[in-house]
Design a protein around this ligand. Structure first.
Ligand code: ZN
Length: 279
């Protein structure tokens, strides 16, 4: 049984922005690139080599800004047979369709070059008007919700949810958006497709994937580069404390999941969204 693997391709800076301690107006694209310090090219090469070692394919939801910083890196992803999809220009939280419209306009070169059909919203937070905007820009699918495996047509776009398993009877699915991670949701189901839960469950994620696959359902997962290859900037004790004080729930994101993911790559077969649904 085939599953779907996705990488949200972004610098560690977006997740750790508040812990960096820099003023928001100082964090221009140029300064973020300086802070990134060539982390993204190194981590991406490592991920591509890792996937090749296990003969696996993935979707890379990429920030448009990264294509401005490192065009060759994004070209290389496509060259090595993976799907290049879109993750906004610089990781804006999509509270409205207008915000996404502005992001897409900034990513003009990226969109023209890769013509992405897939989209992932930052923080898995999307509204209906953002989905309508994706339709206008020629996208086919979005994977920006947590839910049971069921593709919904919303505003002409296939919304393909990240995997959850429910532990309280039959889940009630609805079309209400956003479907992000909330305490209420966690009281009913485990969004194990999230990088956060791969951090918590480690290689036990494999057991949950097998359980789904037995029901003929593919697992749909995502991870971040900085969960696999940790830059030295975020490993210091003081830095970690700052992250934890800001939001203790982010703790599982600070776990290195490389070994766990390697086990998943050994045991299960993964494809990109494009190959799985649109080949
Ligand atoms: Zn992201």
């Amino acid at each position: 049984m085939k599953n779907i693997l996705s990488i949200d391709l972004e610098s560690w800076i977006y997740f750790y922005e508040n812990a960096v301690g820099a003023r928001a107006d100082w964090l221009t694209s140029q300064n973020k690139r300086i802070l990134d310090n060539d982390y993204v090219p190194t981590a991406t090469t490592n991920i591509l080599d890792l996937l090749e070692r296990y003969n696996q394919k993935a979707t890379f939801f990429t920030l448009g800004e990264l294509y401005e910083w490192y065009p060759d890196v994004v070209e290389e992803i496509e060259k090595r047979g993976h799907e290049v999809a879109y993750h906004t220009h610089n990781h804006a939280l999509l509270k409205s369709g207008e915000i996404l419209e502005r992001e897409l306009e900034q990513s003009g070169d990226f969109i023209k070059r890769f013509k992405p059909i897939g989209f992932r919203a930052p923080q898995i937070y999307i509204t209906r008007d953002s989905i309508a905007c994706l339709n206008r820009w020629g996208f086919k699918y979005s994977s920006s919700t947590y839910d049971e495996h069921k593709i919904s047509k919303i505003e002409g776009i296939d919304e393909i949810p990240l995997s959850t398993i429910s532990f309280r009877g039959t889940p009630q699915s609805n079309h209400e958006l956003p479907k992000h991670m909330t305490i209420k949701m966690l009281s009913r189901k485990v969004p194990f497709g999230s990088g956060l839960f791969i951090g918590l469950l480690g290689s036990k994620t494999s057991y949950v994937i097998s359980r789904l696959n037995k029901k003929n359902i593919p697992a749909i997962l995502f991870i971040h580069p900085w969960q696999l290859y940790r830059p030295k900037e975020i490993e210091g004790f003081t830095f970690k404390m700052k992250v934890l004080c800001r939001n203790p729930l982010c703790m599982p994101y600070t776990i290195n999941v490389l070994k766990a993911v390697e086990k998943l790559l050994k045991r299960h077969k993964f494809l990109s969204f494009r190959e799985y649904y649109y080949a």
